[in-house]
Design a protein. Structure first.
Length: 263
């Protein structure tokens, strides 16, 4: 178990693959921890890459400081973690708020992020009133009160009927309420349109046909802000296609990594 002591948080991280290989950094979504990427890491582990994952503050085994958080603070956590791990160059794969972290990180440190995968994310996700309504519900009734609605956004109906979906529900409800709320505040205040429009790097956008949190059109519009970007939609997948359709997800990711990391 690896913990990085940062200025504002203690961040749990994990590295798989070849520590001497080119680095791929994965950033997970709201209400999940680094296990979000288990299936994808298993499918790319034979490429000789250094695969880094972490729990953002308030999630998983990382520390949970009081809400609210800002997206800038979450990006600073990521920058400090990568400094500690001596990651000077990487492909960054971010899903949902992880994709927002990736966009802002690439804007702040273009020399560090050589290519970007934006999965089920956007420059702006939802309206502040929606996030505040969710926060009030959690404050009043706890994480379990939002679980069913969130699972409908995360997964297509067939997957929601499977036993595996119960594990993801437990992951969500065991996320510290303060950490979840802190990240809700960060998303509510963020609009990355201007900075993402100025990015100049390879971008692969990935959407899910059944994603109710970040519909494919929203992901496509964000991806299209960066010249030369590519977008793909994964059928029969909701907000977490790396969980529901890992073979398809990896089938899009691997060629992108081979192209830009020369593996």
């Amino acid at each position: 178990m690896n913990i990085a002591r940062l200025d504002g948080a203690d961040i749990h991280w994990r590295a798989d693959g070849d520590p001497t290989g080119a680095t791929v950094v994965f950033a997970n979504s709201l209400g999940t921890d680094l296990r979000l990427w288990d299936k994808v890491v298993n499918r790319v582990s034979g490429l000789g890459l250094h695969l880094v994952r972490f729990d953002k503050r308030g999630h998983g085994l990382s520390s949970c400081s009081p809400a609210p958080y800002s997206l800038e603070a979450l990006v600073q956590d990521t920058e400090q973690l990568l400094d500690i791990l001596e990651v000077r160059s990487c492909v960054f794969v971010g899903l949902s708020i992880g994709g927002m972290i990736g966009q802002l990180l690439a804007s702040r440190q273009p020399e560090r992020v050589k290519a970007l995968v934006l999965s089920n994310t956007a420059v702006k996700m939802g309206e502040p009133a929606m996030w505040q309504s969710r926060i009030l519900k959690i404050r009043a009734n706890g994480m379990d009160s939002i679980a069913d609605a969130v699972l409908e956004r995360w997964f297509a109906e067939r997957f929601r009927q499977s036993p595996e979906s119960l594990g993801w529900r437990h992951m969500l409800t065991r996320t510290p309420a303060e950490g979840y709320i802190g990240c809700c505040e960060a998303i509510a205040a963020a609009d990355l349109t201007a900075s993402t429009s100025e990015l100049e790097l390879p971008v692969l956008g990935i959407g899910g046909s059944d994603d109710l949190a970040s519909p494919s059109d929203l992901v496509r519009a964000t991806t299209d802000l960066v010249g030369g970007s590519r977008f793909v939609e994964i059928e029969k997948a909701g907000h977490l296609p790396c969980v529901e359709q890992p073979d398809v997800f990896a089938g899009h990711l691997v060629p992108f990594l081979k192209e830009h990391l020369h593996v």
